[in-house]
Design a protein around this ligand. Structure first.
Ligand code: GP9
Ligand code: MN
Length: 659
């Protein structure tokens, strides 16, 4: 009996030793490919360790499938699995050489759109690439030379324990990755990150799961579902203000996303000096409109959520970033709406195009051009900050691109300097940091001040270029910069305790709209990011009544002033429904009277309804069933953002080192 057991044990180990050789070879090869081919921005030993271990779990799992067979069949399975995995890896390598990105399911589905790669495909592959199949040859060689060991049938339990170890190793990998980069899978900022932390294979699995979820929801929907949304939207769309409608007809548009800028910084003095003197002067000196009860409504998609709301008047999603999960949807966004009017559209950003999956989402929006970091000088170290190019060089280097655009243009500038952790600007400004003792809050004022200066520089350059008098400028704070973790320091800044309600009120972000020839003022309407698209369209003389959107023109007379947030809070002109409690906006105290409580509840329900309907539009991709009058549907295949003369290649160190 013992003899038999020993024999069995020996057989198992012999059987598995070839399996381990196969796994090991693929593991080493993948790791080598990471080092040679991909620029994943490894910043420390811990990340390096994760990069090293990340091919293991999926290699174990996939090759263990072969263990269900015995003899020749198993050997053939080893070879086939190896060929399949090697092919996935190599396809990513070739794709990355051209696009600096990894293959996703939608990319495969739309192979046609990558036709541009066809002609240069031969330049992307080389004879040395046979290296990426070297393990396949070794495995075949070992089998042919009968060095593959005994191929007895393994007990199911043995195979299952190999698979379980694969899953456990994956969970360990994921756990460690989450220590370095919290919310890796829920927020999934960038494909580079997922590959860096989890590996090409696990990324492919993640992408497949994500896509099947999206596809299932989309497949269940039909064209009848849009009518409920359409009815709601049409009955909640106040008439544009005739005094403002068409006031900026045929003018250019420039949006500026002011990174992490919150309203509390406006008109604020630190160490006796204004934090944002330039922005503070805009209403008086430049005739801009300033909205002081304007709120951001972003969720996990941060900057990208803000962009999405500003240009589509739809909400971001309750979980994850809509840019990452629903970039292939049909949208009817501002750049596309203006196409018929002869507008050229462009985005400017000192980070790389994969961040927030922008290069995919912009195709759905129909953006003509995307000037990402490859268009800027990213060599000077003192011009760089965690997420890319600092704002002053960013605006400076953007000017020639901007002035070369065919007019009228619709453009967007995404700033970066004022991003968490708000550092590395000591040498760029003489503005002194705050004194609360909380590093994040203290730094914030310095980087916000630097951004303010960069905006002044940009305005001056616009004036010099002659664009200023013919361009509507919309500048908005994208989301909060100071999180709840800093309530204590914020209490010192504001001179009052930061309660739940106060924190909700702090989600105000500044919004400026400057329309040449129109005298602006401070506007107190309760409003939010979804309201900007109809406002700007109406200024340009474009009606939005045929479009599915959830915002209301900021200049309209009968707005209902309801601001829903992704965390479930809803703020209106009269009430703030925060964490389930209803506060009176005048006293800041909880509402007591039953009747008013009910009114507050109604406001909250109304806000929630908007979020739900908007989510339905996005999850079920309902705009594919909807055709606004005079709107020409966007074909994503017409858009692609490949810089023919890149000044640099993506360096993920400038893709969000910290968060
Ligand atoms: C990076 C920039 C910052 O490209 O948009 O992203 P955020 O973390 O603010 O969303
Ligand atoms: Mn941001």
């Amino acid at each position: 009996m013992n003899l038999l057991k020993n024999k069995m044990g020996k057989m198992t180990s012999v059987n598995l030793s070839f399996f381990f050789i196969v796994v090991l070879l693929f593991w080493i090869k993948t790791y080598a490919a990471y080092q040679i081919e991909f620029n994943l921005g490894i910043q420390n030993a811990f990340q390096h360790f994760l990069l090293f271990i990340n091919p293991l779990s999926s290699a174990l799992l996939f090759f263990s499938l072969a263990l269900f067979w015995k003899g020749r069949a198993r050997n053939i399975a080893f070879v086939l699995i190896n060929v399949l995995l090697s092919f996935v890896l190599y396809a990513n390598i070739a794709y990355y050489r051209f696009f600096n990105d990894f293959i996703t399911v939608p990319v495969l589905m739309q192979a046609k759109s990558n036709a541009g790669i066809g002609s240069s495909a031969m330049e992307l592959i080389s004879i040395f690439d046979l290296f990426y199949f070297v393990d396949t040859f070794i495995i075949i060689g070992l089998i042919v030379m009968k060095k593959a060991g005994l191929q007895e049938k393994l007990r199911i339990r043995t195979v299952m324990s190999v698979m379980t170890s694969a899953v456990l190793i994956f969970l360990l990998n994921l756990g460690l990755a989450n220590i370095d980069r919290p919310e890796l899978l829920t927020r999934s900022f960038d494909r580079n990150y997922l590959v860096k932390y989890l590996g090409v294979n696990n990324f492919t699995i993640y992408d497949l799961v994500q896509n099947s979820k999206t596809t299932a929801k989309r497949a269940m929907a039909d064209s009848s579902e849009i009518s409920e949304v359409e009815n709601y939207v049409k009955s909640n769309n106040p008439k544009p203000n005739p005094e403002m409608f068409g006031k900026a007809k045929d003018m250019n548009v420039i949006y500026v996303s002011m990174e992490s800028l919150q309203t509390f910084a406006i008109d604020k003095k630190v160490n006796g000096k204004e934090v944002t003197p330039f922005l503070n002067s805009l209403v008086k000196d430049e005739g801009a409109f300033y909205f002081d009860n304007f709120f951001h409504q972003t969720g996990q998609g941060k900057t990208s959520d803000a962009e999405f709301m500003m240009e589509n008047s739809l909400f971001g999603l309750p979980q994850g970033a809509v840019y990452m999960t629903h970039a292939e949807n049909t949208y009817q966004s501002a750049p596309a709406m203006l196409k018929d009017e002869g507008y050229t559209s462009a985005v400017f950003h000192g980070n790389y195009k994969t961040f927030w999956n922008r290069s995919e989402m912009y195709r759905s929006f129909g953006y003509d051009k995307f000037y990402d970091a490859t268009y800027y000088d990213m060599e000077k170290q003192d011009h760089l900050v965690s997420y890319g190019l600092k704002d002053k060089p960013f605006f400076k280097e953007s000017m020639p691109y901007l002035t070369s655009l065919k007019q009228p243009f619709y453009s967007k500038f995404l700033t970066l300097s004022n991003h968490f952790p708000f550092d590395r600007h000591e040498k760029d400004t003489d503005f002194q940091k705050g004194t609360t003792g909380d590093k994040v809050v203290d730094n914030y004022f310095q980087t916000a001040h630097y951004m303010d200066q960069s905006l002044e520089q940009f305005f001056n350059d616009l004036k010099k270029s002659g664009l200023y008098d013919n361009t509507v400028i919309v500048m908005y704070g994208d989301h909060y910069g100071i999180s709840e973790n800093h309530n204590e320091a914020m209490g010192k800044v504001l001179g009052e305790e930061v309660t739940d309600n106060k924190h909700a009120q702090l989600q105000r972000v500044p919004l400026y709209i400057r329309v040449p020839g129109v005298k602006g003022e401070v506007n107190h309407t309760y409003s939010s990011q979804v309201d900007v698209m109809p406002t700007v369209m109406h200024l340009l003389g474009q009606d939005t009544k045929d479009y599915i959107h959830f915002g209301q023109d900021l200049f309209a007379k009968d707005r209902d002033e309801i601001v829903p947030f992704r965390n479930g809070d809803v703020i209106s002109k009269e009430f703030s429904h925060v964490k389930g409690v209803c506060y009176d906006n005048v006293t800041g105290e909880p509402v007591q009277e039953a009747e008013r409580k009910q009114a507050c509840q109604q406001v909250s329900d109304e806000g929630t309804k908007r979020l739900e309907l908007s989510d339905k539009v996005v999850y079920e991709d309902l705009l594919r069933f909807y055709q606004p009058k005079d709107f020409k549907k966007i074909d994503r295949n017409d858009y692609q953002y490949v810089n023919p003369n890149p000044k640099n290649s993506p360096n993920p160190e400038q893709q969000g080192a910290e968060h």
